[in-house]
Each structure stands twice: as structure tokens, then as C-alpha cells.
Design a protein around this ligand. Structure first.
Ligand SMILES: *Cc1c(COP(=O)(O)O)cnc(C)c1O
Length: 351
């Protein structure tokens, strides 16, 4: 095997390795039945026509899934586009957003791109967020938007639902990012999202195993959904994406099976990390945050890449000194990761 060259460590690079556990993708694709169903739908597509501008069929299927009205659903090119549109409507110059770090860096990145000021607060012990932290941040900032990530990336923490009520008590739009919601044990907040100041953002990139499709959606009050439609480009959701999202929803059982397998593997990986005397935080997502006690994170990351295993080095992010994040993969991939990590730790970081 050729050794991959090692690029700078500040982003999660797409480099050629055997075991890719750095971007929280599903290790398995959607089932064969999905591909066949989509192929049938593709054969009926009228390629010369613009897509349904309001993506009604897909939005109706999602609304049925969450037991809400179609007017409460907006579909987007990845959940990231949903967040961008929410900021276009509720953020912007002269407005501000509150985030609780360490968290998903893209939230504050999209704030900056939209000219929204970022008010950063810190999570408590072991990255837990409490209603008190949220309440005092909300009353201090009086921000236009409050971001919550439940479960939180990159810590894996699932916050108590009381933090949502604390955030909703003000006049801010509360954006709850549920990208990993399926991997936890609490129900989605989507059923509550017709409340006028709550927007729940979800994605097909993780549990649905379709990161390549770039499909996400927001569940929110109908006035929030209207604001998003007003700011989206015309026909922003192409016909293939609408068909693929719709077809995927027919394979919910297979999705739940994948999620159950990942959850079992997550607990196995957590236990194995602790066996290696590595600090690892409980996770409600498809990844685990860990901190090797004896070697710095960059050496660990390099040592793993040398062994063709790619994880995410987060040690450059404030509050995450010497932390790395590993995506839970298929059992054989997790074994490769654990074996490589044991070697790196035993070698004391030498290569
Ligand atoms: C992976 C991830 C997403 C997904 O973004 P997409 O644009 O839907 O792929 C959203 N939020 C968080 C916190 C994530 O980690």
C-alpha cells in the first residue's frame, strides 16, 4: 500500500485511505431496493421541464413522517442550505446569533458569511449545556437567532430538552440542528416546530446514508417556511433530488436497522477506547469524541493516517485541546481504527 501524503491538519481532508472515519458518513449505502425504485422513477422524469418549485410530494411525505402539515416543511440542498436561508431571513448585518461552543463550526461560519454577529458562550462540564447557561446567554445577548445542536457535533452530547424551552422563552428564532437526531434516544423536536420561533433542521446525509445527494429539510412555523421560500433560488431543488428523497423514505425500516447497528458499534468502540485508557465522551450520535492521555492529537492523527485510518483532528478548535473525533463505521473499520490506535499509543507517537 502506498503511503498517503499528509496535508495540513486544519480541515478534514479527503485523502485516499482504506478506512475513512472523518466526516460522519454512513458506512453502508441505502439498500438495493432504493436504487431500483429510483431507477424506475428516473425513467419517468421529464428532463426538459423544470422541477416542482415547491417540492410538494417530497414535503408531503416528510410532513406525514413527522405528523405535521406540509406548510411546516422546507426542503433544501443539504441542511446547510436551510441554515443559510434561515440566516438570510433572520440574521444579517445589525443582527446577532448565539452559539454554545464547542459546537458545529459551520453555524458561526455561515453567520459570518451572512454578516450576522456571533455571540459565543461555553458549554458546561463535559460539554453539557444546561437550561441556566442558555437562559443567561439568551437574556444577555438578546440575539436574533440561537443555535442548538442536538446531539451536538463534535462532542456527541445530547442536551436535556429543558435547554430548548429556555431558548424559546425569548424572542429569538431557535434553530435546533438535529443532523444526528436518529442516533439518539429522544424523539425529534419536529413535532413541536409549528411553534412560531422554533426551526428544526434535519438531513439525509447521516442516518439516511445519502451524503452524496445533498438533501436536508427544516420543520418550522409556516411563516418561517414562507420566509425561506422567498429567499431560495427559483427551482433550487432539482428533480433528481426530489425523487431520491421521496424514494428513500420508503426504506425507513432499513434506515432504522443501520442506526441500530451503528449504536451497538458506538458502545463497543467507547468501551474499547476506555480500555486503552483514552478519555472518551458518551455519545448520542454516530461518532465519538476522544482524547488520548499520553500523546498529542496531531501525532495520533498522523500515526493513524500512516496506518491508512482517517479520523478528524479537532485539537485546533478552542475547548478541544488534544481531542479527535472518530465516526462509527462498519465493524471491520472500527476494528482497524482500534487496532491502529493501540499501535500508535504503544509506539508513544513515533513513526
Ligand atoms: C453533518 C452535519 C450536518 C449535515 O449537513 P448537510 O448539509 O445536510 O450535509 C448538519 N449539521 C451538523 C451539526 C452536522 O454535523
Amino acid at each position: 500500500m502506498m503511503k498517503p501524503s499528509i496535508p495540513p491538519r486544519y480541515h478534514s481532508p479527503q485523502i485516499a485511505v482504506d478506512v475513512r472515519l472523518n466526516t460522519n458518513e454512513s458506512p453502508w449505502p441505502p439498500p438495493q431496493g432504493f436504487s431500483e425504485r429510483l431507477a424506475t422513477e428516473m425513467s419517468r422524469i421529464q428532463w426538459n421541464r423544470y422541477p416542482d418549485r415547491e417540492a410538494v410530494a417530497l414535503r408531503e411525505a416528510l410532513a406525514a413522517r413527522h405528523g405535521i402539515d406540509v406548510s411546516n416543511v422546507f426542503c433544501s440542498n443539504g441542511s446547510n442550505e436551510s441554515i443559510q436561508l434561515l440566516l438570510a431571513a433572520y440574521g444579517g448585518p445589525g443582527r446577532s446569533a448565539t452559539v454554545f461552543s464547542p459546537t458545529y463550526a459551520l453555524h458561526s461560519h455561515l453567520c459570518r458569511l451572512s454578516g450576522t454577529a456571533v455571540e459565543e458562550h461555553w458549554r458546561g462540564d463535559d460539554f453539557a449545556l444546561t437550561a441556566n447557561i442558555v437562559k443567561s446567554a439568551a437574556s444577555a445577548d438578546k440575539a436574533d437567532v440561537i443555535f442548538l445542536s442536538m446531539p451536538n457535533n463534535p462532542t456527541g452530547t445530547m442536551d436535556d430538552p429543558s435547554v430548548v424551552d429556555a431558548a424559546l422563552s425569548g424572542r429569538s428564532l431557535v434553530v435546533v440542528d438535529e443532523a444526528y437526531g436518529e442516533f439518539g434516544s429522544l424523539p425529534s423536536l419536529a413535532s413541536r416546530a409549528s411553534a412560531e420561533n422554533l426551526a428544526v433542521v434535519r438531513t439525509f446525509s447521516k442516518a439516511w446514508a445519502m451524503a452524496g445527494l445533498r438533501l436536508g429539510y427544516t420543520v418550522a412555523g409556516s411563516s418561517v417556511v414562507s420566509e425561506m421560500f422567498e429567499r431560495a433560488l427559483p427551482y433550487h431543488l432539482d428533480v433528481v433530488k426530489q425523487a431520491a428523497g421521496h424514494a428513500a423514505l420508503a426504506f425507513e425500516d432499513e434506515m432504522q436497522d443501520r442506526v441500530a447497528k451503528i449504536r451497538r458499534e458506538r458502545e463497543r468502540v467507547l468501551a474499547a477506547l476506555r480500555e486503552l485508557a483514552v478519555t472518551a465522551w458518551d455519545s448520542a450520535a454516530n461518532f465519538v469524541l476522544f482524547r488520548p492521555a499520553t500523546i498529542d492529537a496531531v501525532s495520533v492523527w498522523n500515526g493513524l493516517v500512516e496506518r491508512s485510518v482517517l479520523v478528524r483532528d479537532l485539537s485546533g478548535q478552542e475547548g478541544l485541546v488534544d481531542c479527535l473525533r472518530v465516526t462509527i463505521g462498519a465493524p471491520a473499520e472500527n476494528d482497524r481504527f482500534l487496532g491502529a490506535l493501540a499501535e500508535v499509543l504503544a509506539s508513544g507517537g513515533e513513526r
